[in-house]
Ligand binder design. Structure first.
Ligand code: GLN
Ligand code: ZN
Length: 772
């Protein structure tokens, strides 16, 4: 018998119940007891629905109110002292670590801990802080509690624990750490606490435990063979049978030591976001051992129906090598990264929903695959398998009939299409004549405060309570307000303010062909924040101008230049669910061609400054360094393709919301934007040292204030930043702007901050006049 396993399930609830109750708790609308009650109900529903979908191994311990890394940090007492000084309850301590806490009347002012992206996903985790004085101990055992909770419901689960080496590998030195301290140095102190945690699971009757060590798919794990050997040697003595779990990539060289670990099973990711090609190496490595192989065949990262016939072939291959008893079929990773269920979608066509599979449907796919692989004669699963065959066939037929015009256009892209007409110095001179911007031009990143009125108008439009004309009139009024405001505070390069945009990716997706949208396809991004990524289902094209009317309207109101505002191809791709039948590169180029047409149309409409935002370019980097170049090649090419169709005199800007450029600097340079704006106000000058040491030669606007907080930077503070920037960047190349868009800010602080920004720019002009 081949068993089926689900590595984890979305926690937010089918209707985001957990998000809503967590937020209600934060707003003091419900008590902790109410919150816990809602969690008990959702956990029950998660287990029961997975059980009835037929999965053999269902996870427990994978629930979280905020983040499972944060939960682990709390359970193991890795709590920085500063969160423990206000007498908060353990739950509030945890929330304070995740999102900060401000209660001025009580003198509480705690900042959130750092948050980072989990591998190459859009899920964010809280970065543990560890030092030589971290006092590891077991505060609670979530996996055990949930295991017992499920057991009381009559459901046997397989507890999940985040592995000790991954935990430490993703930690950073705490504030009190000695210089040069590496969190992995704490491993020998941490392992006994894990031993205690795992032995409790064993005592409670858990047969297996899933220990997640996704660090194993990264290059850095290759140097950790000794740590893995000693840790798992110790843990295997006291733990239930260990399912060592990897995902999002390939084991690579680490397989050499992994195969010798004292584990009962190994899980590998064979989905398209993992590496199907690692199967042969993995089979060869585990064959001489007793290790059971868990095949991650049903993707935990996409929304597509799995091709079960193809998955069955892979499973059969593994069975032939190892025997059925040593094969498990599973989701590739936790299903946390997919929406809960397709059953909530009422607006997709029958054809569209037949292509898709969300978490709950994926559980059923895993079960169906297991039954098929076991040669089961169960009618139910035979029917499901046949239905899957029909769906996959229909999807393939649809793919064939997709838009050949778009494909031909991609095939016909020429080298010249990636290049601006002239090099930057020539363009700069032409742009100076056209735009007549002063030295140290001031600008913003695009959005202005998305006020309640704007959101209400959009809601009313969506509900049909406001006509399209009335909505557009309201947005035009908003654009006019933003233009007048910018004139008043005396900014130089204006924007229209983006009031008409719901989300920077969804907005474009809705206007392009090739995308579909869900009503309820929410996925947790961080804490209670969920996103609803658009789904790319076919070849992408543009019917006509998308943003021109807004930018042109804004430009008609003022004699100062207005900057057009687009989301770049790489960002649209990375923040959507892509297709899996064509490469990401092809999808990105298709997006780039549509945006290229838009850029050209903007120019034709008199918009001579255009910003193409690419905040997601870095997070799309493959996990293994050897794979970086090929990604960066097509990602940067796509940006260039979308922006090079214009005259030299048109100013092309780009924007990134991060400051981590060290590794990818040559690619940033290769974008060849006339100017880039980057988040810089929170980082030290190391970032700009990078630009200096590579003699970055195009324009650059390192942010002068943080837009995440309502705090108003003083003129002196901004001057201070400019001085530091000017030590590293030639004055002719420096633009002055905030870190990012202002959409989450209020008007009061926006006005005060921008006035100070302009005052600092005027000071710079007077202090650093052009030298002929
Ligand atoms: N132009 C966008 C804005 O200002 C950029 C958003 C982003 O970088 N995430 O909102
Ligand atoms: Zn940004």
């Amino acid at each position: 018998m081949v068993a089926s396993a689900v590595l984890g399930f979305p926690r937010i609830g089918p209707n985001r119940e957990i998000k809503k109750s967590v937020e209600a708790y934060w707003a003091h609308k419900i008590t902790e007891e109410d919150l816990q009650k809602s969690a008990v109900a959702i956990r029950k529903e998660r287990w029961e629905s997975q059980k009835s979908a037929g999965a053999d191994f269902i996870a427990s311990g994978d629930f979280s109110f905020y983040d499972h890394v944060l939960d682990t940090v709390n359970a193991l007492n890795i709590i920085p002292e500063r969160y423990l000084q206000n007498g908060l309850s353990p739950l509030d301590v945890s929330f304070a670590m995740g999102r900060g806490r401000q209660e001025p009347e009580k003198g509480v002012d705690l900042q959130a801990m750092e948050m980072k992206k989990w591998f190459d996903s859009n899920y964010h985790f809280i970065v543990p802080e560890i030092s030589g004085s971290t006092d590891f101990k077991l505060n609670f055992n979530k996996a055990l509690d949930e295991f017992n909770e499920a057991k009381a419901l009559g459901i046997t689960t397989r507890p999940v624990v985040l592995g000790p080496i991954t935990l430490l590998a993703f930690a950073k030195p705490a504030r009190d750490a000695a210089p040069g301290y590496e969190p992995l140095q704490a491993l020998s102190k941490l392992v006994p606490v894990y031993a205690e945690l795992l032995s409790q699971l064993k005592a409670a009757g858990a047969e297996y435990v899933q220990i997640d060590e996704p660090v194993l798919v990264l290059d850095k794990a290759e140097a950790l063979g000794a740590e893995f050997a000693s840790t798992y040697e110790a843990l295997s003595k006291v733990a239930p049978k260990i399912v060592l779990t990897t995902y999002f990539g390939r084991l690579g060289k680490s397989l050499d030591f992994v195969k010798s670990l004292p584990i009962a099973a190994l899980h590998v990711d064979l989905s398209e976001r993992g590496d199907p090609a690692q199967l042969d190496a993995v089979l060869a490595a585990v064959k001489p051992t007793n290790i059971i192989l868990s095949l991650g065949l049903i993707s935990g990262r996409n929304v597509w129906k799995a091709d079960l016939t193809a998955a069955l072939e892979v499973t059969k291959k593994a069975i032939a090598a190892l025997s059925a008893e040593r094969v498990i079929v599973a989701t590739s990773s936790s299903l946390l990264h997919t929406p809960v269920t397709l059953a909530s979608e009422t607006r997709l066509t029958a054809q569209q929903s037949d292509w898709l599979s969300f978490a709950l449907e994926k559980v059923s796919e895993v079960a169906t695959l297991a039954h098929a692989a076991s040669g089961s004669t169960d009618e139910k699963y035979a029917t499901l398998l046949a239905a899957n065959k029909a769906s996959i066939k229909a999807r393939r037929e649809f793919e064939e009939t997709s838009d050949s015009k778009v494909r031909d256009r991609v095939a016909a892209i020429k080298d010249a299409d990636f290049n601006r007409k002239s090099a930057f110095p020539i363009r700069k001179a032409a742009q100076a004549l056209k735009l007549k911007l002063p030295r140290f031009p001031t600008t913003t990143i695009g959005s202005f405060p998305q006020t309640k009125e704007i959101r209400v108008a959009r809601n009313r439009l969506n509900k049909g309570e406001l006509s399209v004309e009335d909505y557009e009139k309201a947005m035009e009024a908003e654009v006019e307000k933003v233009i007048r405001f910018q004139e008043k505070v005396d900014l130089d390069l204006l924007v229209h303010g983006e009031p008409e945009r719901n989300d920077m990716v969804q907005y474009f997706g809705e206007m392009l062909n090739g995308f579909i949208f869900t009503q309820n396809g929410w996925v947790q991004s961080y804490g209670s924040r969920c996103v609803r990524p658009p789904i790319i289902v076919s070849d992408i094209s543009r019917d006509g101008p998308m943003t021109v009317r807004w930018s042109a309207y804004a430009q008609s109101l003022t004699s100062k230049p207005v900057k057009g505002m687009l989301t770049g191809p790489v960002t649209i791709l990375n923040w959507s669910f892509p297709r899996i039948d064509v490469t990401r590169e092809v999808q990105c180029k298709q997006l780039a061609l549509s945006l290229r047409d838009e850029v050209i149309d903007l120019e034709a409409a008199g918009i001579y400054a255009i910003q193409v935002d690419e905040p997601a370019i870095r997070e799309g980097l493959p996990l293994r360094r050897v794979d970086w170049d090929s990604y960066l090649l097509w990602a940067v090419d796509s940006f260039r393709l979308s922006t090079s169709g214009v005259e030299d005199s048109t100013f092309v800007a780009s924007h990134f919301c991060y400051s981590d450029f060290n590794d990818i600097f040559p690619s940033i340079q290769r974008l060849d934007a006339d100017s880039i704006s980057i988040e810089a106000s929170k980082s030290d000058m190391k970032l700009l040292d990078v630009f200096q040491s590579h003699s970055y030669a195009n324009g650059i606007g390192p942010g002068v204030f943080d837009i995440h907080s309502p705090r108003v930077p003083s003129v002196e503070e901004i001057k201070g930043r400019l001085l530091a920037y000017l030590e590293r960047i030639p004055a002719d190349l420096l633009d002055i702007n905030p870190d990012c868009g202002l959409k989450t800010r209020g008007w009061t602080e926006t006005e005060a901050s921008l006035k100070n920004l302009v005052a600092a720019a005027k000071w710079a002009r007077a202090t650093y006049p052009a030298t002929a």
